[in-house]
Design a protein. Sequence first.
Length: 377
Amino acid sequence: MEAIENLLEWAKAGGVEMNGIAPKPLPGRGIGFVATRRLEVGEAILVVPSALLRTISNTRKPILRKLKGTSVHGILAASLCLEKDPAFEVWRAVFPTKEDITRSMPFYWPKELQDLLPEAGKVVLKQQQTKTAKDWKRVSAAYPEIEEADYLYNWHLVNSRTFYHVTPKTEKLHKDDHMVLQPVADLFNHDPNRGCSVAFDANDYTITTKHTHEPGDEVFIQYGNHSNDMLLAEYGFILPSGLNRWDETTLDAYLCPRFSATEKAKLEEAGFWAGYKLDSDTPVCYRTQVALRALLLEDRQWKQVVSGTRGEDRDREAADKELLAVLRIYEKDIRGTLKKLDALKVGEDGAREALRSRWLQIKELVVSGIAGIEHER
């Protein structure tokens, strides 16, 4: 706790205001914030002055010149590698360690485990690999003294600890570049249901309660409307089943190959190609319903579906039959994936267990979807 106490002392001297909360080590979740008294809705519990934010705007000019054209993400990561100010070590001391990052992030897992990520997780991983390669190419050319392992570690720190932030100077940048690091606030853990609200202006970044909290309750923010696949790939953790209302699994790998080139073109033109999801609330989303009917109906009838003039019930039985076939194949493949995973001995035990837990959650979604459709038939 000494590192945290040092950070809070430094932050207070810099104008950070904490109200009714305190950081605390939490089993399995690192450090988080808990309420020190009853908190009511609408209380500003943390205010961080803009002067303490680490941004593209206050990055040292020589770094910006040498890394012109690099993403904000890449520049912030490089600036962490190059930071020599002793005062910054107070903040750095509470960052996750390299071991924490490499053990939890799929980016660092053996390829055998990466290959068993759910499809949505693979997409995120591929994006990370592309972004890091592009950023590292620029950074390594400008600063050959930076080691790749150090850069990747700091890149993932930025990836998992930044907050959305935009100013008149940065609003024209790509939305992915609207990010800042901020001290103390980066200790909050994620909850999709009970997170606080965040807001910023030219002076401060403020976190405000949206729910009441009793003394000792953990106080959360919401990182975004993320499925567990996204949380695993980006942050290195998943939420327990039933706690993530945004959880879902993609059906693209099973539905997309069923369409002919003509049907694909038709779906693309209408804006219904890919992005087919299954979640715990709806056995089949509207997007999937429309796509399934492209397999079953004549072109004139399908256009009526798209325009909303053909009722869902007219084709429900045939569409449900098609989707059931897809889900049963998916469920069978999940069983096979779990067998492959259980046979592997590579990587950390925690990585294999996280991956196994995720596939069991997806199996639960698929089995529930099958049951929901069969119940309606």
